[in-house]
Design a protein around this ligand. Structure first.
Ligand code: GLU
Ligand code: ZN
Length: 495
């Protein structure tokens, strides 16, 4: 591929609110497409709406990109040949383009008030005509302009749409045609001079030489407008008038066959990080929202996705977001980690819960490494590490038990008798290892007290791990060590 025709895609979110999964899916498909073609992944921030955009949201976007591992080739923080990449720093560019479009006659000033537009739309509906801007101000005479100006009206700038159908070959959906009556002249710049998404997005795509636009289906209706604007931009010397190729990614549906909304809790991207999804697990799931690596295969790495990704094989039909499936896929990725890697990745979650300090000691690392294989099969997310292995890492004074489990299994006559017997049996042990611990407890509780295993080991488990669900008990006791185990059993006898 020549330098000029090399793939250039962009991911261009607006920094409003908290990033959602739909956004990450769009970023993923653009990133995979760029990497597959050895192209350029441009990251651009569409922050021209000061009322809705926030610095906090911008910083969260950077954080999320970092967490998901989407390195960008041009964009904020790193710059590039088309800097700046934050649209809030490009207002002079847009003002200049708007002026040139007006001068070339490709755009015009429209003085209609909202009331006048509403009234004419209403009339169109009554007369069974298609509503939408009617071209009222396309050819205003100088006196009319002067009269409007004298009234103090502040004009918007509209693009003059061509009076013909606009067709394009969508990379996902194939040939799509829009008739001119459905794409009226539209506003590029507000009456107060503020440029809109309708202007700034295609202008930057043209200036940044974007070759492929992959984005959500909700933006499909803006595509014919953008194609027309591209042509107009070509005429004023921005780009060559050829629009990029468009590919509209399928809707993501949530519960009850409604579109997944930003407000649905499962769409909050940071929620996945905070629960301890692996980025590769979440991305694997997001890839399945519209794409498949093979018919009978759900699990793959990002390297495999990049190698196989083909936009023509994206399914145009709505995809359904299934949290259970996302969790299952994540758990599969967790199980595939090496034990060392798993131990390492649990650390930040244990730190956040206050179980580990900023500096992790050698002894804590050793314990984590030993505990990781015990919990790997039982974990769905890294966040579960807190409950699964936390008891091994906190010292006995900071150790706490689940109150409900304690009430049920420990704070009863039976419970107290069990932990007393367990304590005495373990205190007598000369070797502290899994096999000896198991034998001592079986002898004391099952043979001695005549208990069923469940009733025998449940109270011991709550006593030393704090919970009814834990890694395997005898291994846990070995790891916890004689001193702590006995101290906790003794303490539990007083529960
Ligand atoms: N800033 C726009 C959005 O977040 C980008 C749309 C596009 O990809 O063209 O919806
Ligand atoms: Zn008008």
């Amino acid at each position: 591929m020549s330098e000029k025709s090399a793939v250039r895609v962009r991911f261009c979110p607006s920094p409003t609110g908290s990033p959602h999964v739909g956004l990450a899916r769009t970023a993923l498909f653009n990133w995979a497409f760029a990497r597959h073609h050895g192209g350029t992944f441009v990251f651009r921030i569409e922050d021209t709406d000061a009322a809705r955009d926030s610095q906090e949201s911008y910083e969260t976007l950077l954080e999320v990109m970092d967490w998901l591992g989407f390195s960008w080739d041009e964009g904020p923080e790193i710059g590039g040949p088309h800097a700046p990449y934050r649209q809030s720093e490009r207002f002079d560019v847009y003002a200049d383009v708007a002026r040139r479009l007006l001068e070339a006659g490709r755009a015009y000033r429209c003085y209609c008030s909202q009331e006048e537009l509403d009234e004419r739309n209403e009339r169109a509906r009554k007369e069974a005509r298609t509503p939408g801007y009617d071209g009222h101000c396309r050819e205003l005479r100088a006196e009319q302009v002067a009269a409007y100006e004298a009234e103090g009206r502040r004009p918007v700038v509209r693009l003059r749409m061509p009076d013909r159908a606009i067709a394009f070959d969508d990379l996902v959906r194939g040939e799509i045609t829009f008739q001119p009556e459905h794409v009226p002249d539209y506003v590029l710049v507000r009456g107060n001079g503020h440029p809109l998404y309708t202007l700034v997005n295609p202008v930057d795509d043209a200036l940044m030489e974007i070759t492929h636009v992959l984005r959500g289906e909700d933006l499909l209706s803006s595509t014919p407008r953008q194609i027309a604007l591209y042509e107009a931009l070509g005429e004023i010397g921005i780009g060559d008038g050829t629009p990029p190729r468009f590919g509209h990614l399928p809707y993501v549906m949530g519960q009850g066959n409604k579109k997944l909304s930003k407000r649905d809790p499962e769409s909050n991207l940071l929620g996945y990080r905070d629960r301890g999804f692996l980025p590769e697990g979440l991305l694997n799931y997001l890839a399945l929202l519209g794409w498949a690596i093979a018919e009978d295969r759900d699990i793959f790495s990002m390297d495999e996705m990049v190698a196989a990704f083909d936009i023509a094989r994206v399914n145009p039909n709505p995809a359904r977001f299934d949290l259970k499936k996302a969790e299952a896929i994540n758990a599969t990725h967790l199980r595939a980690l090496s034990v060392d890697e798993l131990a390492e990745r649990m650390v930040p979650y244990l730190q956040r819960a206050g179980i580990l300090g900023e500096d992790v000691t050698e002894e804590q690392r050793r314990l984590l490494g030993a505990a990781a294989p015990l919990v790997q099969e039982r974990m769905g997310t890294l966040g579960e590490a807190v409950e699964m292995v936390g008891f091994l890492l906190v010292d006995d004074r900071a150790f706490t038990r689940d109150p409900a489990d304690t009430a049920k299994l420990l704070a009863t006559d039976d419970g107290r008798a069990v932990v007393q017997a367990a304590h005495d049996a373990l205190a007598a042990l000369s070797t502290w290892d899994t096999a000896s611990i198991e034998e001592a407890l079986r002898t004391a509780l099952i043979d001695g007290l005549g208990l069923k295993p469940r009733n025998a080991f449940g109270p011991v488990r709550v006593a030393v791990t704090g919970r009814r669900v834990s890694p395997p008990l005898f291994e846990s006791l070995e790891l916890l060590g004689r001193e702590s185990s006995l101290a906790r059993l003794e303490d539990a006898g007083r529960a």
